[in-house]
Design a binder for this molecule. Sequence first.
Ligand code: ADP
Ligand code: MG
Length: 308
Amino acid sequence: MSPAAVSRGPGVGQADAAGGIVAAGIEKRFGTVQALSGVDLTVPPGTVLALLGPNGAGKSTLIRILAASVLPDAGTVSIGGIDAVERPRLACGRLGLVLAEERSFFWRLTGIQNLTFFAALHGLRRREAVERSREVLERVGIAPLATRRVDRYSTGMKAKLSIARALLGDPAVLLLDEPTRSLDPIATVDTRTLVLELAHAQGLAVLFATHDLHEATAVADHVAVLVDGKIAASLAGGGSAAGLEALLLDATGHAGVLREMAQAGGGSGLFGEASGVPDGSGAGGTGGMSPPPGALPPTGLGGGLGLP
Ligand code: ADP
Ligand code: MG
């Protein structure tokens, strides 16, 4: 991974992202909850951006907006060169979406029968649908499972089948919302490897949402840290887990609380469901709870995090 650099600038990655994802000034409110406040990010083709943030940070909302399934209150989104706000249907044709909770298939049917069904929903005729299904099974590395019934797939195989399904429309952009949730460690590593291959060898622009900082470092060319609906920091290069941890602790404004938890043995999964970590809106604000920058552990991020 390239040496990390930290910025608080508006963009993530300055390379030409026109064929990938470009989002600017995204705002979204649900009633009294401001889910996203002025989010900017770019994901050039051939790269993976890890969108890292605690539960409730706004990751899924941002993904649904990028996927043109929810309209932002403000802001612009370009997916594979298509304006996703103005032309959502066209943009949908340029993207694949993988949701952690949607590994649902017709379990009595084989992998290829399932994909052929979904390919038909993309408007492909039967022969094209079968051909495309074969191609995507190949692309995700499970061609030998084509004729196996899906109820005989492992969870990891189903995860790959979900990614295969997302590739049926031959998208330029792949959006994955916590795709390794509830996978075992081997399936998790397999999924990350596949995602990297899809970006680096096959040229997709990939956005990978996760609340797991180790996963973010493992999978990312860039990391965007989303806290309370804002990009708190963006890093070129995945950085180190320790560096990201420091960044997250500081950005959530709960450094002291979280550090105590880590010392008490709750060090891993700081942002997991069961962490009991309060959200960033808690009393006290950022300043009072953050240690001075010198007190942070070594970051490996070039220092000078520049966070509030
Ligand atoms: P994440 O995926 O990072 O956990 P979400 O995008 O799911 O975060 O949620 C961000 C915030 O927006 C949360 O406070 C959540 O409760 C709120 N939210 C998300 N979707 C809705 C909705 N449909 N209606 C009301 N509030 C929502
Ligand atoms: Mg979510």
